[in-house]
Design a binder for this molecule. Sequence first.
Ligand SMILES: Cc1ncc(COP(=O)(O)O)c(C=O)c1O
Length: 381
Amino acid sequence: MSIDFSKIPTPCYLLEEDLLRRNLKLIQSVKEAAGVQIILAFKGFSMWKAFPIVREYIEGAAASGACEARLASDEMKTLAHTYSAAYQRSDFNEVMENSSHITFNSLTQLEQFLPVVRNFSRKISVGLRVNPEFSEVETALYNPCAPGTRLGILINQLGDELPEGVEGLHFHTLCESGADDLVKTLVAFESRFGKFLNKVKWVNMGGGHLMTRAEYDTKLLIETLKAFRRRWNNIEVILEPGSAFAWETGVLVSEVVDIVENKGIKTAILNISFTAHMPDCLEMPYKPRIRGAYHEPVEGKPTYRMGGNSCLAGDFMGFWSFDKELKTGDPIIFEDMIHYTLVKSSMFNGVPHPSIGMWTENGEFLMLRSYNYLEYKNRMA
Ligand SMILES: Cc1ncc(COP(=O)(O)O)c(C=O)c1O
């Protein structure tokens, strides 16, 4: 549906409902055809005011800690499947209250928290994140299996028996991947961890299944999942993608505030910042698409860098060409800015924000500000 951008105040992250529904329908159809659970990873998309739409198609949430787990109860109306790189005792009760499944990243964390989970008033299914030591992800920032990684337990750390009380295995090795990558990952996973698969109730295959990308082979995904379940006695399978839900569902609308020139390079300074509002572009790095612009510079056409309105010298990207010279007030619309971009510029993973304090001249600690769940929730919409 075409958007009337004159009605959009800038800057604005803009979700398009029809595009979200298109993704949700596809995810729902995969879930039904494959006989698996597909739950939404909040770390990739947690715009909770859109959850009533999500819930029309998909139940279930994957959380990365206490805040996201509480959001699952609060706004997805479900208990979360929670996995955190490291839980803290101080907020673990909140994790338990809002989770049906809790996955641990290490054997020390399992040992520390299993007794607490066992004493909880309701049953919680416990899992371990394992590392299949295989990932095709080339960008180091996104490769959970890189040598030395802190993510997931290695087979040689587990030995021949799973610790008592463990009901599930979790792996996450994909990132914006195709179904063929899952096929290869399962070969590695089953060759290392197959000996446990008749002893567990569920396998969580993490996220990174970008099934809503145009060229994704959903048929192969469905066949692969069905065959995996057949091989392992109809084991329960869970996928927890984030990106796939919000892939290409919206834009970041900004506008030109000034144009500066230095040694022949023109920069359009915008009312947004790459470092503050599109951090992935600088971290990964990748160059986002701009609606109506040529993605690569075109000889003879007006060509610009886009600059952020922060003081960071590197807060710019480039170059893009346009059919006409840009001027102050022109809209600049960045494509595909709803998954990750939005959560990374609020409170990523719901990781609690550090308090802000002061050590006074009198040797006293002054707490100036601390943050809670509501601040996490209300940074998002
Ligand atoms: C454990 C885990 N599950 C799920 C996801 C979601 O992955 P994606 O948004 O790429 O589908 C991630 C992403 O980093 C993850 O670390």
